[in-house]
Design a protein around this ligand. Sequence first.
Ligand SMILES: [Zn+2]
Length: 82
Amino acid sequence: MTMSTPAGGKMIMDLEKMGQLNAEGCPACGRKFEMGETVVAACGAWEGGPKFIHENEAVWDDKNKQHVEKQCYQADRATGAR
Ligand SMILES: [Zn+2]
């Protein structure tokens, strides 16, 4: 499924988005999204491009100008730092 990404990749969950995203749930924590939660489009350890995850599970990667899932970001820094 392709979805248009809003500017900044951040949005608030509403009924329509819940219907789209809750088939899979949040790829970062596996929970379902809830009404009114803030989500961001982030890259992570999953296949393909950015997916929507809870905002507090993502960090802003200023180098790449995008959100990255926290664990993925830390793993990336750990391997890329040297
Ligand atoms: Zn989550």
